[in-house]
Ligand binder design. Structure first.
Ligand SMILES: Cc1cc2nc3c(=O)[nH]c(=O)nc-3n(C[C@H](O)[C@H](O)[C@H](O)COP(=O)(O)O)c2cc1C
Length: 398
């Protein structure tokens, strides 16, 4: 299972760093290659020499090492492994990962990698239980980062509680599980995201306030569980996630075409805020004021209904079709009616009235409507909503 695999092992500055010497030995015994990376603080706990001697590889420590950049740049290094393992993961490094910081080699590699990431946190019990650390862990889980430990037990600092790094055999088992792929390995999922732009003329368009944040988080979480994700996105303000196939579209009609081209798939998640109407008499040239004071009359035509089209396919319909219902009132009733009308399997309903701050914001409060009924989730970050939904999709496709 581990033979021939390459592990990028990032060691940060915790007292448990000594345990990674044994981890490296065990990985190599099983035929895996280990590329060690150390933070500055890690060098206070174990020497680069010990790591490189056990790994049989050069230890990478500096972002701005010109020789390394000539031999292997930091982007290439971040991709040169089958799995990225952070052990021990300090509270500081978890915070940097959760915040998307990249101010040294370790954090830059973690931001640049397109590979799965497994972290083994190790810290004092108070540091682990601190709301800031728990927020960071929740964010990272939502981003698809896998965790092993920490365990409960006696700590080097003399306190007792959760915070001890997982033992080497547990980390080895988690590495094997991560390399075997997540529960969605071998599954293909189409995700739509963002708004659509419907042209009025070549320079003007009708759009909506969707940022693409929720769809992007869902695509990332699905990919984190091992799915092959086709991400069909309108002109969103949030950049698409790494590790997915990105198809960029502008209009609702282009989005439908891109979705149909991406099928067959095991599941389809339609998180995009698709315009219901397009301008039927869009001008081929920029419209000009003609001096009469008369405003142009726009005529509207209904756009194709992507959710209903795919959910209603008689052949090649994805096994699970998930729609979103953005409502401003009577959310659950409207969402239930939408699920029946569109013949989709699930509806993720949310209240997008301006007072909620959901549209364009970082949080979401959703109700999941399935054949079994309605389930209201607490207000969560969009990443956490995505993580939960991806787990449910994995269970439904299992
Ligand atoms: C003796 C000693 C032990 C430490 N052990 C830990 C630890 O187990 N976990 C942790 O999160 N931080 C620990 N720290 C604090 C980190 O070393 C510190 O936050 C550092 O900035 C982490 O840098 P890094 O994340 O870049 O490796 C320890 C500090 C000292 C002085």
């Amino acid at each position: 299972m581990l033979a021939g695999k390459r592990i990028l092992l990032i060691v940060s500055g915790g007292i448990a760093a000594y345990k990674v010497l044994d981890l490296i030995r065990r990985l190599r015994e099983r035929g895996a290659g280990v590329i060690p990376v150390m933070t500055r603080a890690a060098e206070q706990f174990v020497t680069p020499l010990s790591l490189s001697a056990l790994a049989g590889e050069k230890v990478y420590r500096d972002l701005f090492d010109l020789t390394d950049e000539a031999e292997m740049g930091h982007i290439q290094l971040s991709r040169a492994a089958d799995l990225v393992v952070v052990a021990p993961a300090t509270a500081n490094l978890l915070a940097k990962m959760a915040g998307g910081q990249a101010d040294d080699l370790a954090s830059t590699l973690l931001l640049a990698t397109d590979k799965a990431v497994l972290v083994a946190p190790a810290m004092n019990v108070r540091m682990w239980q601190h709301p800031a650390t728990q927020r960071n862990v929740a964010t990272l889980r939502g981003d698809g980062v896998a965790f092993v430990g920490p365990n409960e037990g006696d700590m080097a600092c003399g306190e007792y509680g959760p915070g001890r790094m997982a033992e080497v055999p547990e980390i080895l088992a988690a590495i094997e599980a991560a390399l075997a792929g997540g529960p969605l390995r071998g599954r293909r999922v189409v995700v739509t995201s963002g708004p659509t732009h419907e042209p009025i003329d070549p320079v003007r368009y009708i759009a909506n306030r969707s940022s693409g944040a929720q769809g992007t988080s869902i695509a990332r979480a699905l990919a984190g569980l091992g799915a092959e994700v086709v991400f069909v996105t309108g002109p969103a303000t949030v950049p698409p996630p790494a590790g997915v196939e990105v198809v960029r579209v502008e209009t609702a009609r282009e989005m439908l075409e891109a979705v149909q081209a991406a099928l067959p798939a095991d599941a389809a998640v339609f998180a995009a805020a698709v315009a219901d109407w397009r301008v039927a008499n869009a001008a081929g040239q920029k419209m000009k004021k003609d001096g009469t004071g008369l405003a142009p009359a726009l005529e509207f035509a209904e756009n194709p209904d992507i959710l209903a089209t795919v959910a209603g396919m008689s052949e090649g319909r994805p096994r699970l079709v998930v729609g979103f219902a953005a409502e401003t009132h009577d959310v659950e009733a409207h969402a239930r009616a939408k699920r029946d009308r569109k013949a989709c399997d699930w509806i993720v309903a949310n209240d997008v009235s301006p007072a909620t701050g959901i549209m364009g914001g970082a949080e979401n409060e959703v109700t999941l409507i399935t054949a079994e009924g309605a389930e209201t989730w607490p207000r969560l970050s969009k990443d956490e909503v995505a993580g939960r939904l991806a787990q449910r999709i994995a269970e439904a496709l299992a």
